[in-house]
Ligand binder design. Structure first.
Ligand SMILES: NC(=O)c1ccc[n+]([C@@H]2O[C@H](COP(=O)([O-])OP(=O)(O)OC[C@H]3O[C@@H](n4cnc5c(N)ncnc54)[C@H](OP(=O)(O)O)[C@@H]3O)[C@@H](O)[C@H]2O)c1
Length: 297
């Protein structure tokens, strides 16, 4: 008597923006039967040609697989799609890889539980073309057992990084990382505008700007010392003081102004230094800015 063989589990993907399409394509490549649904049905065309089934309704899509992955602009979109199909949620597992606030995500987990669904929140940490590559990883939060039950299916999208039972935590990790990402991208654009305003070719300038970015991990030596300073609130050091860095922040505002470029980002950074100096951190290391950024209890 031969044991019954089971193939890769069926998966449903709702939301076919760049990310949802990359998720569905990666699951198809991994051999899963994939059902898709998207508000704008035409976005499924290529996936259907590649073997996906296109559900007629969100309820049909959820019913097609034990596991439904959502990839939507925000959680409002999830409610717009599924609020009229809550009967289909009973017994389903929803993994929502859409961005939203931790509080909205916690409320969604409660909503899903109320309708009999298991719910896991996730944040995919790479752009769509990198989904399924070695570099991809995904923060997950919610019941660990739910991740455990579906980890084999989810792993091809990116290495899972489980951050806790609180469903809001994956969003928090995601948004903290996106804070680094968005401010870095804004900084690059700000710097390029300054260079360009002075007649420096952006193409000549940007490679050096990227060297500055990749030099930061070296400067932070893996982040252990930085973590210690932020955790202890002690910021010794005379190599990069608040006074010195603050003077540079002031020069950047003045140069931006003289260049005719937008000054709001440099002003925001200068304000951190101004407030750190005003609260007695002039001779501390630049890490003392943390004291004016973090919440005051
Ligand atoms: N793109 C990236 O590089 C990237 C990287 C990491 C994480 N993420 C996250 O992944 C998620 C999806 O990203 P994306 O780039 O694919 O987003 P997107 O381009 O905004 O696509 C969003 C999807 O949401 C659907 N949608 C939006 N509002 C809706 C509503 N009210 N009702 C029904 N459907 C609605 C869209 O449907 P239609 O097609 O009908 O408009 C589309 O399928 C986002 O939360 C994003 O933050 C994206």
């Amino acid at each position: 008597m031969s044991a019954a063989t089971t193939g890769p589990a069926p998966v449903t993907v709702i939301g076919l923006g760049p990310m949802g399409r990359a998720i569905a394509a990666t699951l198809l490549e991994a051999g899963h039967p994939v059902t898709v649904w998207n508000r704008t049905a035409s976005r499924a065309t290529e996936l259907v040609a590649a073997g996906a089934a296109q559900a007629a309704t969100p309820a049909d899509a959820v019913a097609a697989s034990r596991l439904t992955i959502l990839s939507l602009t925000d959680y409002r979109a999830m409610h717009d799609i599924l609020d009229g199909s809550t009967d289909a949620l009973d017994g389903a597992t929803i993994v929502n890889l859409s961005s939203d606030t931790p509080d909205v995500t916690r409320a969604a987990a409660t909503w899903a539980a109320h309708h009999g669904a298991s719910f896991l929140a996730g944040g995919l940490m790479v752009p769509a073309p990198m989904v399924g590559t070695e570099a991809a990883y995904v923060y997950y939060s919610g019941p660990r057992a739910v991740l455990g039950a579906h980890e084999a299916v989810l792993r091809p999208l990116g290495t899972p990084r489980y951050v806790g039972e609180d469903p809001g935590l994956a969003q928090l990790w995601y948004q903290a990382q996106l804070t680094v990402f968005l401010t870095t991208l804004a900084g690059l654009l700000q710097a390029a505008a300054m260079a360009s305003a002075a007649g420096v070719g952006v193409g000549d300038f940007l490679p050096d700007a990227l060297d500055t970015l990749t030099g930061i991990p070296v400067m932070l030596e893996g982040g252990h010392e930085l973590a210690k300073r932020l955790e202890t609130g002690v910021h010794p050091g005379d190599l990069s003081t608040v006074a010195m860095m603050g003077a540079t922040a002031d020069h950047i505002v003045s140069t931006s102004h003289a260049s005719g470029i937008d000054t709001r980002l440099p002003q925001a950074i200068k304000s951190h230094y101004d407030r750190a100096i005003a609260t007695g951190h002039r001779t501390d290391n630049w890490t003392a800015l943390y004291e004016v950024i973090k919440p005051r209890h």
